[in-house]
Design a protein around this ligand. Sequence first.
Ligand SMILES: [Zn+2]
Ligand SMILES: [Zn+2]
Ligand SMILES: [Zn+2]
Length: 363
Amino acid sequence: MRVFLCDHCGHPVFFENVACLHCGSALAFLPDRLALCAIEPVGAEAPGLWQPCGGAPADEPRARYRLCHNHAALQACNFAVNASDVHTLCVSCRLTRLLPDLSVPANHERWYRIEVAKRRLYYTLARLGLVSPSVSSHTLEGPVFEFLADQPGAAPVLTGHSAGVITLNVAEADDDERARRRLALHEPYRTLLGHLRHESGHYYWDRLVLADGHVPAFRDLFGDESADYAQALEAHYARGQPAQWQLQHVSAYATAHPWEDWAETWAHYLHMVDLLETAASYGVKLALPGASPGVPEGVDNPFEAGLSDFDQLVAQWIPVTLLLNSLNRSLGQNDAYPFALSTGALDKLRFVHDLIQAARIRA
Ligand SMILES: [Zn+2]
Ligand SMILES: [Zn+2]
Ligand SMILES: [Zn+2]
């Protein structure tokens, strides 16, 4: 994600912020601009409405917004809603149809953390053209979410996707529980954002592969997805990580079933474009493989470069991840990016890239 600057004082502000920590200006993410902006109340003539502090020419009326109901009532969101929108919830919050019981004190924090990750997912999907923030306010678009807690005596809540609905067990928002599951499953990486990106992959498989007629090409690369899914997952957990999984897969879990392979690859692609946009917006320059020694190249913003060239994306990705891991090691942290991409995995990422690219052009 790109870095945002406070419109009022120019200091960097983070996507999650509701106020600038430097000048105190109120901030909201304006989905129609895909930007975090400083906002001010319109005034007595329009109570409850806000307008951006800067940006519009003097002779144009400034757009007006309300704060998302989840901001005003629960301090859980920083997206704004267009004043003309019939919804009280923002484009991201309205996609959540079931929440955990917020009267349980820990659930509010869990839900907040999950919604933050979901807004980041929303941003990337919007940048990729897969959801449109300017869509008619009556239309729901993108996956629907249910965030649920285990109940005593009931079957545990399973994280997954089914028929357009993404379910997440809110226990994943607890760092200790997520770390426990990560270690138990021998995973190098487990985050809320990673979960949501993965599950959105299942949602978009139905749309970009199945509905768009790409199943034969999918099977050539990922294998036959008609293999029994439940049996495949059971067998995966029984046998553990296959040897040499790296040759064709982005992760060991991707070997469980072709659908999991796709969802893992999809999530990885979203990691790539998001991290590259961050690096580009900080003006990162790196000596890229193949470039003349001593002549660092700027990292391209993949969205502004039109996402056209997958090879260029990968050529920039590798040094950015080396830098990222080196910075982490300098602080005594584990690698933030504990992966290495084989040519087999890159072919699958290219497939995801090509389908997203085709969907963008159509849109
Ligand atoms: Zn400021
Ligand atoms: Zn919201
Ligand atoms: Zn999955």
